[in-house]
Design a protein around this ligand. Structure first.
Ligand SMILES: NC(=O)C[C@H](N)C(=O)O
Length: 341
């Protein structure tokens, strides 16, 4: 077998733990042609593993059912539970890598959260499927097989948390779901994927230069909750209602999903400025989906005391801001974090 893992160097197959959380990869539909309108999160981890007997050829696989949910129901509390379990498992010398099966709707968020809080260089791969397990040409089994190959590979060590779908390897920081239903939905847009899984082997061509895992300052081991951070979306004719409601509901941080380069409509700017004066940390992001939100570009961030999201999309900016707020309220420090991770 071509799977080259540290464990292989020691003359054994890698030990990979599959942590199952639900999603479409564990979904079932009424018929084999049901590819929408199915029920997510039905099949247990043992059956997911049994459905891919080829896994035995590339790793010693064990499974744990951590949750059984559709990923639109993923919460901060789920993330803390999952991250703690991942860190506990990776601290064991006999665990070589972890695969997390997950719904695709929020896979990019869970992967980025773990990328910032996992304290190990060992591979962590998040994987899902766009078709339920009962569908013709279900993509779950091949995605799971590829994910296990990557998680057991020494080439994946130190690369941060990875999302493996559709034969492609993507960095957690940069990958996003870009199509509502197709199997080639996960893209790292202009920043590029890291590699492919072809011929029973991962092939890496690039790395993410942003710090992750063992090189971050975030530690969730003693956390049971995360600071409340919400997202206010902007569009033509938007007013301050959402911003004011989120602040009134207790947000400690707000991501402004602005138009273009994070532009602030005149009707929203005073509400955000007032929120900042109350101590809420404001991060300017963009709804566009790629590109940098430039500091002091579409707004005078120095004067307003705002932070910019750099290239993070709003949902990933929310994650970094929550973790940043576990360390500091200083906006200069938070801006440094957005240029570091
Ligand atoms: N393809 C999927 O997994 C979608 C599903 N709603 C989920 O995220 O759990």
């Amino acid at each position: 077998m071509l799977c080259a893992a540290t464990a292989h160097a020691a003359g054994r197959m890698p030990n990979v733990v599959i942590l199952a959380t639900g999603g479409t990869i564990a979904g079932t539909g009424a018929t084999s042609t049901t590819t929408v309108g199915y029920t997510a999160a039905k099949v247990g981890v043992d059956d997911l593993i049994k459905a891919v007997p080829e896994l035995k050829q590339v790793a010693h696989v064990t499974g744990e059912q951590v949750f059984q949910i559709a990923s639109e129901n993923m919460s901060n509390e789920h993330w803390l539970t999952l991250a703690k379990r991942v860190n506990t498992l990776l601290a064991k010398p006999d665990v070589d890598g972890i695969v997390i099966t997950h719904g695709t709707d929020t896979i990019e968020e869970t992967a980025y959260f773990l990328d910032l809080v996992v304290k190990s260089k060992k591979p962590v791969v998040v994987v899902g499927a766009m078709r339920p397990s009962t569908a013709i040409s279900a993509d779950g089994p091949i995605n799971l097989y590829n994910a296990v190959l990557v998680a057991g590979s020494q080439d994946a060590i130190g690369k941060g948390v990875l999302v493996v779908m559709n034969d492609q390897i993507n960095a957690a920081r940069d990958v996003s779901k870009t199509n509502t239903t197709t199997t080639d939905t996960f893209k790292s847009t202009e920043l590029g994927l890291l590699g492919y899984v072809v011929g029973n082997q991962p092939h890496f061509y690039r790395v993410s230069t942003r710090k992750h895992t063992v090189d971050t300052e975030f530690d969730v081991s003693n956390l049971n909750a995360l600071p409340q951070v919400d997202i206010a979306y902007t569009y033509a004719n938007v007013g301050p209602t959402a911003v004011n409601a989120l602040v009134a509901a207790g947000a400690k941080g707000l991501i402004h999903a602005g138009v273009g380069d994070g532009s602030l409509p005149n009707k929203v700017r005073p509400a955000l400025s007032a929120a900042r004066e109350k101590g809420v940390v404001i991060v300017r992001a963009s709804r566009v989906g790629q590109g940098i939100v430039a500091r002091n570009g579409e707004a005078n961030d120095d004067q307003l005391d705002f932070v910019v999201a750099d290239t993070l999309n709003p949902q990933k900016a929310r994650i970094l801001l929550m973790l940043a707020l576990t360390r500091t309220n200083d906006t200069k420090e938070i801006q440094r974090m957005f240029y570091t991770y």
